[in-house]
Design a protein around this ligand. Structure first.
Ligand code: DP6
Length: 339
């Protein structure tokens, strides 16, 4: 540690997972996760990641344990990308020990990397003595995993695609607080670990793999505007049209990719049909699907029970998690036994 080292200390943060209402699926710069289109999301109240960061002068390199397993080399590259920027901002050269616990099942299309990198950025900034504003924290989280940018502000968030090559204008901010439209969020969990990660899927599709790529990105740009309008009106009919249409357009572009990116399982389609039937029967709900087989359903509180019960009965649905829209990343108490 050099004499000018800033004050270093253990710090912990919790960040929520988030579900995109209009998706991020396409990068203009894969190195720092700059997207081709803006996207809108909701943060999930109690599904997320708790991460502790402890800078340690005696460590030869950063080490991270996630859910009791040492993080793989590909994950470490992304973690280091975030930590190196924080060290540069703080003027420190000290490596850190990190531990993260997810309350979201990893690799089931529930965006655990989003919460993990948002919690990492927030805890690490604090551990290295930095007081950073929301946009900068969101940019740091973004460089680890794009969707993590939206877990920093939480609530109803928009991630601006930005135009700059250095990504300075590509960050997320809150559109509305969590209680603006108190929808329930149901996660119909389907299937095991997904075979192709989002990072790899986007890489495959970005290299000219999908004949629909350009049309998909143009659709996203229109959908962001329609989604903002549906939210401003709190109209479930309008929201369903844009959110379901956007998810289906993304999966159409994925399925048409060569090689094909097929994330669905039979139960995925069964849930889609059930949600559409429930809505035809008067339930205020709509679905979305990330890069996985699981389906996420947004529903007005009065209809949550009937929707959850219906989804739980579908063959192939392993579990229906119930949550609501919650706040963004925050510093929490760190405990010595966590590291
Ligand atoms: C389908 O943010 O996980 O969930 O930036 O490569 O880490 P990287 O990808 P990631 O991709 C998320 C894709 C998505 C859609 C979304 O969350 O907007």
């Amino acid at each position: 540690m050099s004499p000018s080292e800033p004050s270093l200390r253990r710090a912990a943060a919790f960040a929520p997972s988030n579900i995109a209402l209009t998706k991020y699926w396409g990068k203009r710069d894969a190195r720092i996760n700059l997207p081709l289109a803006s996207s809108i999301s909701v943060a999930l109240a109690d599904l997320g990641s708790y991460t502790v960061v402890q800078p340690q002068p005696d460590l030869p390199e950063d080490v991270m344990v996630v859910d009791d397993q040492e993080l793989d080399p590909a994950g470490m590259v992304k973690v280091r990308r975030v930590l190196d920027q924080i060290r540069e901002l703080s003027g420190s050269s000290v490596y850190a020990g990190l531990r993260s616990v997810n309350t979201v099942p990893a690799a089931r299309g529930l965006a655990s990397s989003a919460s993990a990198f948002a919690a990492l950025a927030m805890a690490a900034a604090q551990a290295y003595g930095l007081a950073l504003d929301g946009p900068l924290l969101s940019r740091l989280a973004r460089s680890g995993s794009g969707s993590a940018s939206r877990s920093v502000p939480g609530g109803f968030a928009i991630w601006h695609a930005g135009h700059r090559a250095d990504g300075a204008d590509s960050f997320a901010e809150q559109l509305y607080a969590p209680d603006y439209w108190p929808l329930k969020v149901l996660v119909a969990r389907i299937g095991g670990r997904k075979k192709i990660s989002s990072t790899e899927g986007m890489r495959l599709q970005g290299g000219g793999g999908s004949p629909y790529q350009a049309a998909w990105i143009e659709q996203c740009q229109r959908d962001v505007e329609s989604c903002k309008e549906a939210l401003s009106l709190k109209s479930m009919r309008r929201l369903a049209e844009v959110v379901e249409g956007n998810a289906l357009a993304m999966h159409a572009s994925m399925i048409a990719n060569r090689p094909p990116l097929i994330y669905w399982q039979p139960a995925t389609l069964a849930v889609i049909e059930a949600v559409q039937q429930l809505r035809a029967d008067g339930c205020e709900c709509c679905f979305t699907i990330d890069a996985g087989a699981s389906v996420v359903v947004l529903v007005e509180p009065q209809d949550a029970r009937i929707v959850a019960e219906t989804l739980a009965q579908i063959e192939g649905v392993e579990e229906v998690l119930q949550t609501h829209i919650g706040p963004g990343a925050r510093i929490v108490e760190s405990r010595e036994e966590d590291l």
